[in-house]
Ligand binder design. Sequence first.
Ligand SMILES: [Mg+2]
Length: 305
Amino acid sequence: MKRLSDIGEDSLIERLVGRLDRADGGCATVVVGPGDDCAVVDVGRRGLYQLLKTDSLVEGVHYLADAPAAKVGWKAVARVVSDFAAMGGWPGQLLVTIAMPANKEVRYVEALYRGMNKCATAHGAEICGGETSSVPEGSAAVISVAGTGWVKKGRYVTRSGGRVGDSILVTGKLGGSLRGKHLSFAPRIEESRWLVEHFRIRAMMDLSDGLARDLPRLAAASGCGFVLDEKSIPRNRGCDLFRALGDGEDYELLLTVSPRTASRLCREWNAVFPQLPLTVIGSLTEKGCGEPLAVKQGGWAHFST
Ligand SMILES: [Mg+2]
């Protein structure tokens, strides 16, 4: 009998979404369905598409039980906000579901909500409802955040728009997130909105599972392969290449643009965001070309044992 650990997260999702029926969704049409950072829906609003996203944190998987509750709350919302940034959009309303063991301290949950509220407010989002549930004794706590966002119709960016020859760029530095960044990162909303307003960004996503996992996803969605200039990958202090590729939870933006756009983009970026590096780390190739070995070895995979 096949188990989840036999097939892994990506092929599980592929199996599940392949069997979904499309429906006439009332007054809305799905523009981008499962498989990207957010779903994109045409709700009939002039000039804007709605973005839909849901995400969860599981104790022991995404955070440790002794992590500060307010930071865990920040992270729960920031991950969703980061996915809105990945599409070139911004967040709107959020719904929060928590499932906690009955012996959890009340002040822990209050601090959790303080952190969620702080992150939402910082990015122009609002928590407007939710659900609470208990979990059986001994089970892990789960925090789930679902939300709506918005993106300008001509500006949304998917993972699948990359073309052969595109330059691949990444914001910030990679690796070492477990030292603290994974609980306190700043979603790249402002940067993403600047990018899509000023440049033709062909493909984009946020890095949640590590470059080693996420870049192959972007390349595959675009029908491309890729080559990396491993020396150019910006690494956080104390991180070797393997960690930069595989630690995960960087929540930086990974994007592709035409090579001509890349040099102009980097120049203008440095003037607007001098504190945050933007680095060309490789290029998209024909499918089946490139793909250095190191990339195949790292990254976070749910259900793998
Ligand atoms: Mg994402």
